[in-house]
Structures are given as C-alpha cells and as structure tokens.
Design a protein around this ligand. Structure first.
Ligand code: C2O
Ligand code: CU
Ligand code: CU
Length: 533
C-alpha cells in the first residue's frame, strides 16, 4: 500500500506533523470543479416538478424494549436501500440510497415526552454507490465498503441510540434505537454517520426530517397541516445521464476532497421544484442537509418573512428577515405570508441562484393561523453557572504547497484518548478558537446550547504563545441564533463562545464540524458524559 502523506497522519504518526503547517492566511479556491460530463442544471427548464412532501413514517405496531423500560412503545422499522428516482422531469433515473427507498426519507413525526423505537435496517448493496477514499480514518481497506449508522441530529437520545460513528451495521444487519423525546418541540433531522464515509452516505441520499411537537407549540396556532412544509435542502452534481457524481479522492490518484459544492440545489429531492400555495401564511421548516454549502436564502420579490425557530425549537419572538443564513446542519423554522400576493409566482433563491418557486393561487383565503408576537420564553444560562471553560481550537493542517491535508479539533485526532468529559447536568463554556480561513459549523450531539458571543482575536499570538488576545468587541448572536442551538457557525478569525448544560444519559457521544468532508477527515471528537458522583 503506498504511503501517502495522509496515511502518516491517519495512523497518528506524530513525526509527520512536522511536515504540516497550520493553514496560512492565503485564499484558496475550494471545492472541485464539476467534470465535463456533468449536467449544467441551469440548462434545465425550472419549476416543472411539484415539490415532493416526504411521507410520514408510520409506526409498525408496539414493542417492549428492555433498556427503555417495561412499557410497550411505538415501533417503526425503517429500511435503508438503493432505489432510482428522477430529480427533474427531463433527466434520466438517478441511482440513490434512501430510508425506505426515498430521498429524503420519511418524515418522523413525534411528540415531546412520547418515546418511540426505530429499528434501522441496513438493506444497502455491499458495494458503494460512490468512490471511497481509503486514506481516511475508519474507511481503510480492512473495512467493508458499505457501512451505515443513523444519527438523529438534535435528538436527546441515550448513547446506544445516538448513532456513534463506529457503531455501524453492514447490509443484512439492523440496530434498534430508542428516542425518549424528552425535549421541546423542534425541527430535527436524521442522517447517516458512519466513520470515514458519512459524506458519501448522506450524499447518496441517507437523510430525512424528524419533527418533535409539543402542547406549548400547539397552543400558538401556527400554520399547520398542509400549510406546514418541510424544505430539506442539499446540493448535488449530476451527470448528463442523470447519475449522481461525487469526486474521486484517494491519493495519489487525487487530492482529498476537502469540501464539496454541487451546481444544483435540491429541495426535498427535486431540482427547481414549485409549490402551489394559497394567499395565506405558511410555516416552512428549512433544514440544511448539504455536505458543505452555506445558504443565503431569500424571495426574489424582496418580500420579508419571519424566523420563529432555530435548531432546537422556538425563539423567544419572531425575527423579521429579508434573507436567511443557514450553515450545514442548521435548521430554521419560518413563517411566510403570501396573503395579498394572489396570482404571483415567487422564486425562492440562494443569492442569485433559483432554488424553487411558490405559485400563489388567486383570490383571498381565510387564514386562522397566527404569527404570535411572543413565542417561547428562552431562559438565558448565566455564565456564572459554568463550572468549566474549555478552549478548543479548530485547525486545518496543510502540506508545504498549501493543500489541506486534514482538519482537527484541538489538534487532536479522532482515535486519541477522550479529552472532553463534562459531568451530567453541569454547565460548561466552550471557546471555539477558529485558526482556519473558513467558517465551520460545529455540532454537539445530545445537548442544546446558547451562543454567548463571537469575538475577533489575534490568531498569530495564539499560534505562537497560546495566548488568547481579543482584538475586537464581543458580537452577540444574530437574532435568529439567539435561541436554543445544537450547531453553531464558528467564523474564521473569531472565537465563538457557547454555553452548554450537559443533561442526558451518561456515555459516549461526539462533537464535530458539520462540513461532512471535514468530519470524515478527523474534524470530529468523541466526548464522555460522566455521571455525577
Ligand atoms: Cu448532523 Cu453528528 O450530526
Ligand atoms: Cu447530531
Ligand atoms: Cu469544518
């Protein structure tokens, strides 16, 4: 087996790190150009396919699952399998993978406090749909091509049901997971998390929405039923034949794919869909399920809308927006009002790029739904309650010509001993010190947290002397981030400070960058939740 620079690193040979430099402040073009055989989606006729609404996952009876207690709980069986679908009317069939053979998978609808079980059944083929990078940790040649494990992003689940990246199954196996749902109403999502191939499994289509509802939210009379629409966003590259494309990355054949940007944006699995709406209010649940893409979404007619929720549920009050920023892994709960716009066709776009279209029916529509002035009170976690502050760096390690070789959290590889060991129910502050040139969406499993602030700092002083010297004032979270979060954008040149109460079942979880290419190349660490003594 050829020894590449990355093999050194993934084997943890520290000597090799002498050859690596922290990312210098040079601008580098990111992402891989689509191949000549790729489809240019802008040549397709837009808005010819109706926006698909994923079906709701139905329970297949009830079961007693000993670790969850003696009560019978609703039981779902969801199968991962290969299937074919057309992502646009004028394209051929694409080979995809999906939960229950759909992309996105069925939407999991659940109630706060009402636990349920899912048996995640792996019925995928034994050969991967996409090219593997065998240099990545956990994806080496000794491991099977196809491995899968499901993580419910944002769910407060016990460690055995959290989808630990090494707890994968192979085709023919299944894993029974328990979701206690002891958490507030929120827009969650579920997706694959297998070590070293998460980016490929998710890209192939293994993702879906997971909603938690509760009585408090019901009492607000928000738009619901057919007026509540999930928008699962992800970008892809397709070949002209309709086939899914992902770049080959395996040194020496090709460099590591350090980020992926597709030239087409899919909503609920379609390119440029349209949705027929009535002239009234709608609730939109936007989920950024892309590997690397950050969105900046707005309506082409300039109309504003309101954000009512962030990752982990309702905000204190609606936030009026003209444009929504959404990092990979983040969610936003929105209310948009189409009243008075009967007959209009309104494009929803990502900067200049059309994503989908809303077609507003003519006339006037009765609308009993409400956009309340106040939503859910958010009690601030006081900084004084924190028993520990951790300062954790985000690192990009480059080779001598400036190509990224790996990404790390606190200069530490995945397989190094666990260093983050919070105690159950304790409060900690995490200072995320971004020493790279890029924004990284940092996600902690299990918990919800609040953003304290972002603050510019002197990176060279930090690199030379490990001295944290702030050079700017503390910037509070944006209004749409000022609620409960589980994923936070750590901007370059900034220290992003979050405050977390670590409640949950003791055991092993993970925290990581949600740029899936980074996560797959070491930008992920386990953490241990320790029982209080
Ligand atoms: Cu959405 Cu650990 O991930
Ligand atoms: Cu998660
Ligand atoms: Cu990252």
């Amino acid at each position: 087996m050829p020894i590449t620079r990355r093999t050194f690193l993934s084997r943890g040979a520290l000597a090799a790190s002498a050859l690596l430099l922290p990312a210098a402040a040079h601008a580098r073009k990111r992402g891989v150009a689509p191949p000549a055989s790729a489809l240019d989606p802008t040549t397709l006729e837009p808005f010819v396919d109706a926006l698909p609404i994923p079906k709701i996952a139905r329970a297949d009876g009830e079961r007693v699952f000993a670790p969850a207690g003696t009560q019978a709980l609703p039981y779902h069986r969801i199968e991962m399998r290969a299937f074919e679908a057309r992502v646009h009317r004028d394209l051929g069939l694409a080979q995809l993978w999906g939960y229950d053979g759909t992309f996105p998978g069925p939407t999991i609808e659940s109630r706060s406090g009402k636990g349920f079980l899912v048996e995640w059944m792996n019925r995928l083929p034994t050969q991967h749909l996409l090219p593997l990078d065998r240099e990545l940790h956990g994806a080496e040649a000794e491991f099977p091509d196809v491995r899968a494990v499901v993580h419910a992003h944002g769910a407060k689940a016990p460690p055995e049901s959290d989808g630990y990246p090494e707890a994968w199954t192979v085709s023919g196996e299944s894993a029974l997971y328990h979701y206690p749902n002891e958490q507030d109403a929120a827009t969650l999502w579920y997706h694959d998390h297998a070590l070293g191939i998460t980016r490929l499994n998710v890209y192939a289509g293994l993702l879906g929405a997971f909603l938690v509802r509760d009585d408090f939210e019901d009492s607000l009379s928000l738009p619901n039923g057919e007026h509540e629409i999930p928008l699962v966003l992800c970008d892809r590259i397709f070949g002209k034949d309709g086939r899914l494309f992902y770049p080959v990355s395996s040194p020496p054949a090709g460099p590591w794919t350090s980020e992926f940007f597709g030239n087409g944006i899919l909503v609920n699995g379609k390119l440029f869909p349209y949705l027929d709406v009535k002239p009234r209010k709608y609730r939109l649940r936007a989920i950024n399920a892309s590997n690397s893409r950050f969105y900046h979404l707005m309506f082409a007619n300039g109309q504003g809308f309101h954000q009512i929720g962030s990752d982990q549920g309702l905000l204190a009050a609606p936030v009026p927006l003209k444009a929504l920023s959404l990092a990979p892994g983040e969610r936003a709960d929105l209310v948009v009002d189409f009243s008075g716009r009967g007959g209009e066709e309104i494009v929803f776009k990502n900067d200049a790029f059309a994503v989908m279209q809303f077609r507003v029916a003519r006339g006037v529509e009765e609308d009993k739904s409400v956009l309340p002035a106040q939503l859910r009170p958010i009690e601030k976690i006081a900084e004084s309650t924190a028993i520990k502050t951790r300062t954790l760096t985000l690192d990009e390690m480059d080779d001598l010509v400036g190509d990224p070789v790996t990404m790390l959290l606190n200069q530490t590889h995945w397989c190094a001993p666990i260093t983050e060991e919070p105690v159950v129910d304790s409060v900690e502050i995490w200072n995320l010190v971004n020493l790279t040139d890029d924004a990284h969406p940092i996600h902690l499993h299990l918990v919800r947290f609040q953003i304290l602030e972002r603050r510019r700092f002197d990176a060279s002083a930090y690199l030379l002397r490990k001295a944290l010297r702030y050079t700017g004032r503390a910037i509070p979270p944006e209004p749409g981030e000022a609620g409960w979060k589980d994923t936070v954008r750590a901007d370059p040149g900034m220290v992003t400070r979050i405050i977390v109460r670590f409640s949950g079942t003791p055991g092993r979880y993970v925290w990581h960058c949600h740029i899936l290419e980074h996560e797959d190349n070491e930008m992920m660490r386990p953490f241990n939740l320790i029982a209080a003594s």
